[in-house]
Design a protein around this ligand. Structure first.
Ligand SMILES: C[S@@+](CC[C@H](N)C(=O)[O-])C[C@H]1O[C@@H](n2cnc3c(N)ncnc32)[C@H](O)[C@@H]1O
Length: 300
C-alpha cells in the first residue's frame, strides 16, 4: 500500500501536469495536493501533522482521491468546490458553486481588528455587503462578538449558503437586498464590501476555474466599477461620522484611482498577499458625496 507521502507526490504531479490555475486561496500544486489528499482521507488540516506522511494511504481514500482529482484536473473546478469547504483565517466555511470561493484579503484586516483604519473604540454595527457565502461577516463577528454584524446579498443561492454557514458561525442578521439600499442613514460603523469588480477585459481572459463561480459574483461592467459607484454613495449616506468603508476592487484599482479626482482611496498594504483593497474614512466619503450632516452634526 502506498504511503501518504507517495500519494501526495503523485497528486502534486497530476495537478502540475493538468496545468490547473491557482487563484482560489491556494498558491501552489503542493498546497492543493495536501488539501486534496487530506480531504480524500477525511483528515482535518487543523490537527494532522507530518507524522501522517509515513502511514499507509487507505484504499477507500484512493478511490475518493481519484474522483476529486478528476473534478479538479478534468472539470477544472476550484479546489474548494471539490472538497466542499474553504478556510479563511481560523474559520472553515462550506463552499460550493452557489457563491464565490472565500479568499478576500480583507480577512487580514478584519483579523487585525480593523487596525489602524477604524479609530473608534469598538464598532457597534458592522455590515458585510455582497456577502456571498458569508465568510467576511462571520470573521468580523468572531473578532467583535459584541458588535451587531449583518450580512447582505442580492442572490438567493448565495444567501442560502450564508444561512448554512451561519449554523457554524452565527451572525446577527442575513438580509436580501440590492447593495446597501436597505440600510438606514447614519447607522453603521463599518462596511465591508467585496462586490463584483472584474472588468470586461479580465472577464474575457478568466481561467476556467473562475467560470464555475456565479457570474453575479464577478461581473463589474466595462471598468469593473458599475456597483462600486453606487456603493460609495450608499456608504457615504449610512456610515456614522467615525465610520469606515473597506472596499475590495482587485485589478480595478487603477480604475478606482481615476474615477474622480476628489475621491482619494487609501490602498491598504496587505502583508499576507492580495491587492486592491481601499479604506475610506466616513468623513472623507461624506465630503466627497456632499453629505451635509451626521445625526444633526456638521460634517467636516
Ligand atoms: C465578489 S462576490 C463576494 C462574496 C464574498 N464577499 C466573499 O468575499 O467571498 C460578490 C457578491 O456580490 C453579490 N452581488 C452582486 N450584485 C449585487 C447587488 N446588486 N446587491 C447585493 N449583492 C450583490 C453577488 O451575489 C456575490 O455574492
Amino acid at each position: 500500500m502506498p504511503t501518504f507521502r507517495e500519494i501526495l507526490l503523485q497528486t502534486e504531479t497530476a495537478l502540475l501536469k493538468a496545468d490547473v490555475f491557482f487563484g482560489h486561496g491556494y498558491e501552489s500544486a503542493h498546497d492543493e495536493a495536501v488539501a486534496l489528499v487530506l480531504a480524500a482521507a477525511r483528515l482535518s488540516p487543523f490537527n494532522t501533522g507530518t507524522e501522517v506522511l509515513e502511514r499507509a494511504f487507505p484504499d477507500d481514500a484512493s478511490a475518493t482521491l481519484g474522483v476529486l482529482l478528476k473534478q479538479r484536473c478534468g472539470d477544472r473546478l476550484p479546489l474548494a468546490y471539490v472538497t466542499g469547504e474553504a478556510y479563511l483565517g481560523p474559520l472553515c466555511f462550506k463552499a460550493d458553486s452557489r457563491a464565490l470561493v472565500p479568499r478576500s484579503p480583507i480577512a487580514e484586516i478584519i483579523l487585525n481588528g480593523f487596525a489602524p483604519w477604524f479609530q473608534d473604540e469598538q464598532p457597534a454595527v458592522i455590515v458585510d455587503v455582497c456577502c456571498g457565502g458569508g465568510s467576511l461577516g462571520m470573521l468580523a463577528k468572531l473578532v467583535f462578538p459584541n458588535a451587531t454584524v449583518v450580512l447582505s446579498d442580492l442572490d438567493d443561492a448565495a444567501l442560502a449558503l450564508t444561512q448554512e454557514n451561519s449554523q457554524r458561525h452565527p451572525v446577527d442578521g442575513i438580509v436580501k437586498g440590492d447593495l446597501l439600499a436597505w440600510c438606514a442613514d447614519d447607522s453603521v460603523d463599518i462596511v465591508i464590501a467585496n462586490p463584483p469588480y472584474v472588468d470586461a477585459h479580465d472577464m474575457a481572459d478568466l481561467p476556467p476555474e473562475y467560470r464555475h463561480e456565479p457570474g453575479l459574483a464577478l461581473v463589474g461592467g466595462d471598468d469593473g466599477l458599475d456597483l462600486v459607484r453606487v456603493l460609495l454613495h450608499d456608504a457615504a449616506r449610512l456610515l456614522r461620522s467615525t465610520g469606515l468603508l473597506l472596499l475590495e476592487v482587485g485589478n480595478s484599482q487603477d480604475a478606482l484611482d481615476e474615477l474622480d479626482p476628489c475621491l482619494h482611496p487609501t490602498w491598504v498594504d496587505l502583508e499576507q498577499g492580495g491587492h486592491g483593497v481601499a479604506a475610506f474614512m466616513a468623513q472623507d466619503l461624506a465630503q466627497w458625496a456632499g453629505k451635509t450632516s451626521f445625526n444633526g452634526g456638521e460634517s467636516k
